[in-house]
Design a protein around this ligand. Structure first.
Ligand code: ASP
Length: 345
Protein backbone atom coordinates (compact mmCIF):
# COMPACT_ATOMS: atom_id res chain seq x y z
CA UNK A 1 0.00 0.00 0.00
CA UNK A 2 1.46 3.41 -0.96
CA UNK A 3 1.01 6.31 1.48
CA UNK A 4 -1.83 7.90 -0.51
CA UNK A 5 -3.76 4.66 -0.94
CA UNK A 6 -6.70 3.84 1.32
CA UNK A 7 -6.09 1.04 3.79
CA UNK A 8 -8.19 -2.00 2.90
CA UNK A 9 -9.72 -3.78 5.88
CA UNK A 10 -11.74 -6.97 5.93
CA UNK A 11 -14.26 -7.36 8.76
CA UNK A 12 -15.30 -10.94 9.41
CA UNK A 13 -18.47 -11.24 11.43
CA UNK A 14 -18.89 -14.51 13.30
CA UNK A 15 -21.63 -13.37 15.70
CA UNK A 16 -21.63 -12.49 19.39
CA UNK A 17 -23.50 -9.93 21.46
CA UNK A 18 -22.19 -7.08 19.31
CA UNK A 19 -24.53 -8.10 16.51
CA UNK A 20 -27.41 -9.41 18.60
CA UNK A 21 -30.94 -8.15 18.93
CA UNK A 22 -33.55 -8.91 21.52
CA UNK A 23 -36.37 -11.12 20.30
CA UNK A 24 -39.51 -9.10 21.06
CA UNK A 25 -41.40 -12.22 22.14
CA UNK A 26 -38.91 -14.43 23.96
CA UNK A 27 -36.68 -11.53 25.15
CA UNK A 28 -33.57 -13.62 24.46
CA UNK A 29 -30.59 -12.22 22.54
CA UNK A 30 -29.83 -13.78 19.15
CA UNK A 31 -27.43 -12.73 16.34
CA UNK A 32 -28.70 -10.47 13.54
CA UNK A 33 -27.52 -10.05 9.96
CA UNK A 34 -24.28 -8.16 9.39
CA UNK A 35 -25.72 -5.58 6.98
CA UNK A 36 -28.00 -4.43 9.77
CA UNK A 37 -25.05 -4.31 12.13
CA UNK A 38 -23.00 -2.08 9.79
CA UNK A 39 -25.98 0.24 9.38
CA UNK A 40 -25.65 0.92 13.08
CA UNK A 41 -22.09 2.24 12.66
CA UNK A 42 -22.07 4.85 9.87
CA UNK A 43 -18.97 6.29 11.60
CA UNK A 44 -16.89 3.54 9.99
CA UNK A 45 -17.23 5.29 6.63
CA UNK A 46 -15.61 8.40 8.09
CA UNK A 47 -12.35 6.54 8.69
CA UNK A 48 -11.58 6.84 4.99
CA UNK A 49 -10.63 3.17 4.60
CA UNK A 50 -11.92 0.72 2.09
CA UNK A 51 -13.89 -1.67 4.31
CA UNK A 52 -15.28 -4.99 3.10
CA UNK A 53 -17.06 -7.62 5.12
CA UNK A 54 -17.81 -11.31 5.23
CA UNK A 55 -20.51 -12.83 7.42
CA UNK A 56 -20.27 -16.36 8.65
CA UNK A 57 -23.51 -18.15 8.12
CA UNK A 58 -25.23 -18.42 10.50
CA UNK A 59 -23.73 -15.88 12.90
CA UNK A 60 -23.38 -17.61 16.26
CA UNK A 61 -23.25 -17.02 19.95
CA UNK A 62 -19.59 -17.82 20.60
CA UNK A 63 -20.60 -20.49 23.11
CA UNK A 64 -21.20 -22.52 19.94
CA UNK A 65 -17.67 -21.93 18.62
CA UNK A 66 -15.88 -25.01 17.23
CA UNK A 67 -12.45 -25.89 15.83
CA UNK A 68 -14.17 -26.18 12.41
CA UNK A 69 -14.99 -22.47 12.60
CA UNK A 70 -11.39 -21.66 13.65
CA UNK A 71 -10.33 -23.42 10.46
CA UNK A 72 -12.90 -21.49 8.44
CA UNK A 73 -11.54 -18.25 9.91
CA UNK A 74 -7.93 -19.13 9.11
CA UNK A 75 -8.85 -20.14 5.55
CA UNK A 76 -10.90 -16.97 5.00
CA UNK A 77 -7.97 -14.83 6.08
CA UNK A 78 -5.50 -16.79 3.96
CA UNK A 79 -7.75 -16.50 0.90
CA UNK A 80 -8.08 -12.74 1.32
CA UNK A 81 -4.61 -12.06 2.68
CA UNK A 82 -3.11 -10.31 -0.33
CA UNK A 83 -6.18 -8.12 -0.91
CA UNK A 84 -6.30 -6.52 2.54
CA UNK A 85 -3.97 -4.62 4.84
CA UNK A 86 -5.57 -5.87 8.03
CA UNK A 87 -8.38 -7.98 9.43
CA UNK A 88 -11.01 -7.49 12.14
CA UNK A 89 -12.92 -10.46 13.52
CA UNK A 90 -16.18 -9.75 15.32
CA UNK A 91 -16.72 -12.52 17.83
CA UNK A 92 -18.64 -13.18 21.04
CA UNK A 93 -16.67 -12.57 24.19
CA UNK A 94 -17.38 -15.94 25.83
CA UNK A 95 -14.86 -17.93 23.78
CA UNK A 96 -12.90 -15.14 22.11
CA UNK A 97 -9.72 -16.00 24.03
CA UNK A 98 -9.88 -19.62 22.83
CA UNK A 99 -10.31 -18.56 19.20
CA UNK A 100 -7.54 -15.96 19.47
CA UNK A 101 -5.19 -18.57 20.95
CA UNK A 102 -6.02 -21.23 18.37
CA UNK A 103 -5.61 -18.77 15.48
CA UNK A 104 -2.27 -17.57 16.81
CA UNK A 105 -0.86 -21.09 16.39
CA UNK A 106 -2.47 -21.64 12.99
CA UNK A 107 -0.67 -18.81 11.13
CA UNK A 108 2.93 -18.84 9.97
CA UNK A 109 4.63 -15.67 8.59
CA UNK A 110 1.81 -13.42 9.74
CA UNK A 111 2.75 -9.84 8.93
CA UNK A 112 -0.65 -8.16 9.11
CA UNK A 113 -2.89 -7.42 12.08
CA UNK A 114 -5.78 -9.70 12.97
CA UNK A 115 -7.76 -7.79 15.58
CA UNK A 116 -10.62 -9.55 17.33
CA UNK A 117 -13.31 -7.60 19.10
CA UNK A 118 -16.93 -7.71 20.20
CA UNK A 119 -18.97 -6.03 22.88
CA UNK A 120 -20.86 -6.45 26.11
CA UNK A 121 -23.94 -4.56 24.87
CA UNK A 122 -25.46 -5.04 21.41
CA UNK A 123 -24.61 -2.39 18.84
CA UNK A 124 -28.21 -1.19 18.67
CA UNK A 125 -28.31 -0.33 22.38
CA UNK A 126 -27.69 3.35 23.15
CA UNK A 127 -24.91 2.73 25.68
CA UNK A 128 -23.19 0.09 23.57
CA UNK A 129 -19.46 -0.41 23.95
CA UNK A 130 -19.46 -2.00 20.48
CA UNK A 131 -18.98 1.17 18.43
CA UNK A 132 -15.75 2.26 20.05
CA UNK A 133 -14.49 -1.31 20.04
CA UNK A 134 -15.08 -1.78 16.30
CA UNK A 135 -13.87 1.66 15.23
CA UNK A 136 -10.61 1.39 17.16
CA UNK A 137 -10.11 -2.26 16.16
CA UNK A 138 -10.38 -1.20 12.51
CA UNK A 139 -7.90 1.65 13.08
CA UNK A 140 -5.43 -0.73 14.72
CA UNK A 141 -5.86 -3.26 11.91
CA UNK A 142 -5.03 -0.48 9.43
CA UNK A 143 -2.14 1.05 11.42
CA UNK A 144 1.20 0.99 9.63
CA UNK A 145 4.64 2.35 10.34
CA UNK A 146 7.48 2.40 7.83
CA UNK A 147 5.43 0.33 5.44
CA UNK A 148 4.63 -2.50 7.83
CA UNK A 149 1.71 -3.36 10.04
CA UNK A 150 2.21 -2.02 13.57
CA UNK A 151 0.69 -5.10 15.24
CA UNK A 152 1.22 -8.18 13.04
CA UNK A 153 -0.35 -10.49 15.62
CA UNK A 154 -3.66 -12.12 16.47
CA UNK A 155 -4.89 -9.75 19.14
CA UNK A 156 -7.97 -8.73 21.07
CA UNK A 157 -9.04 -5.10 21.32
CA UNK A 158 -11.53 -4.39 24.07
CA UNK A 159 -12.37 -1.42 26.26
CA UNK A 160 -9.40 0.74 25.25
CA UNK A 161 -6.77 -1.99 25.48
CA UNK A 162 -5.12 -4.14 22.86
CA UNK A 163 -3.89 -7.52 24.09
CA UNK A 164 -1.96 -10.37 22.58
CA UNK A 165 -4.86 -12.77 21.96
CA UNK A 166 -3.23 -15.89 23.37
CA UNK A 167 -2.52 -14.09 26.66
CA UNK A 168 -6.13 -13.16 27.34
CA UNK A 169 -8.89 -14.50 29.52
CA UNK A 170 -12.48 -13.37 29.77
CA UNK A 171 -12.64 -11.95 33.28
CA UNK A 172 -15.98 -10.14 33.47
CA UNK A 173 -19.43 -10.57 32.01
CA UNK A 174 -20.85 -7.35 33.45
CA UNK A 175 -18.18 -4.67 33.00
CA UNK A 176 -17.06 -3.24 29.67
CA UNK A 177 -13.52 -4.41 30.44
CA UNK A 178 -14.31 -8.04 29.65
CA UNK A 179 -10.72 -9.23 29.16
CA UNK A 180 -7.53 -9.39 31.14
CA UNK A 181 -4.01 -10.31 30.19
CA UNK A 182 -2.56 -11.08 33.58
CA UNK A 183 0.89 -12.20 32.53
CA UNK A 184 1.65 -9.93 29.59
CA UNK A 185 1.27 -6.16 29.23
CA UNK A 186 -1.15 -4.62 26.72
CA UNK A 187 0.21 -4.18 23.20
CA UNK A 188 -1.51 -0.80 22.99
CA UNK A 189 -3.74 1.55 24.95
CA UNK A 190 -6.31 3.74 23.27
CA UNK A 191 -6.87 7.08 24.94
CA UNK A 192 -6.71 10.41 23.13
CA UNK A 193 -4.05 8.66 20.99
CA UNK A 194 -3.48 4.98 20.41
CA UNK A 195 -0.17 4.36 22.16
CA UNK A 196 1.60 1.19 21.05
CA UNK A 197 3.93 -0.82 23.25
CA UNK A 198 6.37 -1.51 20.40
CA UNK A 199 8.82 -3.46 22.54
CA UNK A 200 6.19 -6.03 23.46
CA UNK A 201 4.85 -6.62 19.95
CA UNK A 202 6.18 -9.64 18.02
CA UNK A 203 7.47 -8.86 14.55
CA UNK A 204 8.11 -11.70 12.08
CA UNK A 205 11.80 -12.50 11.79
CA UNK A 206 11.60 -13.77 8.24
CA UNK A 207 9.54 -12.58 5.35
CA UNK A 208 7.56 -15.39 3.80
CA UNK A 209 4.27 -16.37 2.30
CA UNK A 210 1.46 -16.68 4.83
CA UNK A 211 0.87 -20.32 5.67
CA UNK A 212 -1.87 -21.85 7.70
CA UNK A 213 -1.95 -25.10 9.57
CA UNK A 214 -5.41 -25.94 10.81
CA UNK A 215 -5.13 -29.55 11.94
CA UNK A 216 -6.57 -29.94 15.40
CA UNK A 217 -6.94 -33.02 17.58
CA UNK A 218 -9.84 -32.66 19.99
CA UNK A 219 -9.03 -35.74 22.08
CA UNK A 220 -8.15 -33.55 25.05
CA UNK A 221 -9.74 -32.49 28.30
CA UNK A 222 -9.28 -29.87 31.02
CA UNK A 223 -9.30 -31.22 34.57
CA UNK A 224 -9.51 -28.78 37.44
CA UNK A 225 -8.08 -29.88 40.76
CA UNK A 226 -10.10 -29.03 43.89
CA UNK A 227 -10.15 -30.19 47.51
CA UNK A 228 -12.32 -33.31 47.66
CA UNK A 229 -11.66 -34.36 44.05
CA UNK A 230 -13.18 -37.81 43.69
CA UNK A 231 -10.61 -40.51 43.06
CA UNK A 232 -12.85 -42.69 40.90
CA UNK A 233 -13.91 -39.89 38.59
CA UNK A 234 -10.33 -38.69 38.20
CA UNK A 235 -8.98 -42.17 37.50
CA UNK A 236 -11.70 -43.06 35.04
CA UNK A 237 -11.29 -39.86 33.05
CA UNK A 238 -7.56 -40.51 32.66
CA UNK A 239 -8.41 -44.01 31.46
CA UNK A 240 -10.62 -42.92 28.52
CA UNK A 241 -9.28 -45.16 25.76
CA UNK A 242 -8.58 -42.53 23.08
CA UNK A 243 -7.79 -39.55 25.30
CA UNK A 244 -4.46 -38.01 24.24
CA UNK A 245 -3.95 -34.87 26.27
CA UNK A 246 -4.99 -33.28 29.56
CA UNK A 247 -4.63 -29.77 30.90
CA UNK A 248 -4.43 -30.11 34.66
CA UNK A 249 -5.54 -26.92 36.36
CA UNK A 250 -3.45 -26.93 39.49
CA UNK A 251 -3.26 -24.62 42.49
CA UNK A 252 -1.00 -21.58 42.86
CA UNK A 253 2.42 -22.15 41.37
CA UNK A 254 1.51 -25.58 40.00
CA UNK A 255 0.66 -27.59 43.10
CA UNK A 256 -1.60 -30.58 43.52
CA UNK A 257 -2.42 -32.91 46.41
CA UNK A 258 0.33 -35.43 47.15
CA UNK A 259 -2.23 -38.25 47.59
CA UNK A 260 -0.54 -41.45 46.37
CA UNK A 261 -3.60 -42.45 44.27
CA UNK A 262 -3.51 -39.13 42.40
CA UNK A 263 0.20 -39.31 41.63
CA UNK A 264 -0.18 -42.98 40.65
CA UNK A 265 -3.03 -42.13 38.25
CA UNK A 266 -0.94 -39.37 36.68
CA UNK A 267 2.10 -41.63 36.34
CA UNK A 268 0.00 -44.37 34.79
CA UNK A 269 -1.44 -41.88 32.29
CA UNK A 270 1.93 -40.47 31.19
CA UNK A 271 3.30 -44.03 30.89
CA UNK A 272 0.37 -44.84 28.62
CA UNK A 273 1.50 -41.96 26.37
CA UNK A 274 -0.93 -39.29 27.48
CA UNK A 275 0.38 -35.74 27.48
CA UNK A 276 -0.42 -33.83 30.65
CA UNK A 277 0.16 -30.09 31.02
CA UNK A 278 0.26 -28.31 34.34
CA UNK A 279 -1.38 -24.88 34.21
CA UNK A 280 -2.37 -22.89 37.26
CA UNK A 281 -5.93 -21.95 38.13
CA UNK A 282 -4.37 -18.71 39.42
CA UNK A 283 -4.69 -16.18 36.59
CA UNK A 284 -1.50 -14.32 37.49
CA UNK A 285 1.96 -15.85 38.03
CA UNK A 286 3.36 -19.07 36.71
CA UNK A 287 3.83 -22.77 37.35
CA UNK A 288 7.20 -23.55 38.92
CA UNK A 289 7.41 -27.32 39.13
CA UNK A 290 9.51 -28.47 42.02
CA UNK A 291 9.08 -25.23 43.98
CA UNK A 292 6.91 -27.10 46.51
CA UNK A 293 7.06 -30.81 47.23
CA UNK A 294 3.47 -30.93 45.95
CA UNK A 295 4.68 -30.52 42.39
CA UNK A 296 7.94 -32.50 42.39
CA UNK A 297 6.13 -35.76 41.74
CA UNK A 298 4.38 -34.25 38.74
CA UNK A 299 7.72 -33.25 37.30
CA UNK A 300 9.03 -36.78 37.86
CA UNK A 301 5.95 -38.19 36.14
CA UNK A 302 6.79 -36.19 33.00
CA UNK A 303 3.97 -33.64 33.31
CA UNK A 304 4.70 -30.62 31.12
CA UNK A 305 5.17 -27.27 32.79
CA UNK A 306 2.58 -24.89 31.31
CA UNK A 307 4.47 -21.97 32.89
CA UNK A 308 2.50 -18.70 32.75
CA UNK A 309 0.09 -19.93 30.10
CA UNK A 310 -3.63 -19.23 30.29
CA UNK A 311 -5.86 -22.29 30.28
CA UNK A 312 -7.26 -21.12 26.94
CA UNK A 313 -3.81 -20.88 25.37
CA UNK A 314 -2.77 -24.25 26.85
CA UNK A 315 -5.74 -26.32 25.75
CA UNK A 316 -5.70 -24.92 22.21
CA UNK A 317 -1.93 -25.45 22.01
CA UNK A 318 -2.41 -29.04 23.11
CA UNK A 319 -5.10 -29.56 20.45
CA UNK A 320 -2.91 -27.93 17.83
CA UNK A 321 0.31 -29.80 18.66
CA UNK A 322 -1.45 -33.17 18.91
CA UNK A 323 -2.85 -32.47 15.45
CA UNK A 324 0.64 -32.17 13.95
CA UNK A 325 1.45 -35.88 13.88
CA UNK A 326 4.80 -35.45 15.58
CA UNK A 327 6.57 -37.97 17.76
CA UNK A 328 5.69 -38.02 21.45
CA UNK A 329 9.00 -36.33 22.33
CA UNK A 330 8.62 -33.64 19.65
CA UNK A 331 5.06 -32.89 20.78
CA UNK A 332 6.26 -32.51 24.35
CA UNK A 333 9.14 -30.33 23.21
CA UNK A 334 6.91 -27.88 21.37
CA UNK A 335 4.36 -27.82 24.17
CA UNK A 336 7.11 -26.86 26.62
CA UNK A 337 8.34 -24.08 24.38
CA UNK A 338 7.05 -20.75 23.20
CA UNK A 339 5.23 -20.92 19.87
CA UNK A 340 3.55 -17.52 19.45
CA UNK A 341 4.31 -15.50 22.57
CA UNK A 342 1.84 -17.47 24.70
CA UNK A 343 4.38 -18.24 27.43
CA UNK A 344 7.48 -16.71 28.92
CA UNK A 345 10.24 -19.31 29.16
N1 ASP B 1 -22.73 -15.12 24.69
C1 ASP B 1 -22.11 -14.06 23.94
C2 ASP B 1 -21.09 -14.69 22.99
O1 ASP B 1 -20.04 -15.05 23.41
C3 ASP B 1 -21.45 -13.08 24.85
C4 ASP B 1 -20.78 -11.93 24.14
O2 ASP B 1 -20.69 -11.81 22.97
O3 ASP B 1 -20.28 -11.07 24.87
O4 ASP B 1 -21.38 -14.82 21.83
Amino acid sequence: MSSNEKAAILIIYTGGTIGMREDPVTKTLAPMKFGMLLDEIPELNKLGYSISSITFNPPIDSSNMTPAIWTQLAKTIQKNYSKFDGFVILHGTDTMSYTASALSYMFENLDKAIVMTGSQLPIGVLRTDGKENIITAVQIAAARKEGRSIVPEVCIYFDSQLFRGNRTTKKDSAQFSAFASHNYPPLAKAGVDIVYNFERINYPKNKGVLKINTTIDDRVIILKIFPGLNRHYFESILQFPDLRGVVLESYGSGNMPTSPWLIAAIKKATKRGLILMNVSQCPGGKVVMGHYETSIELQKAGVINGKDSTVEAAVTKLMFMLGQNLSHEETKYYLSNNLKGEIEL
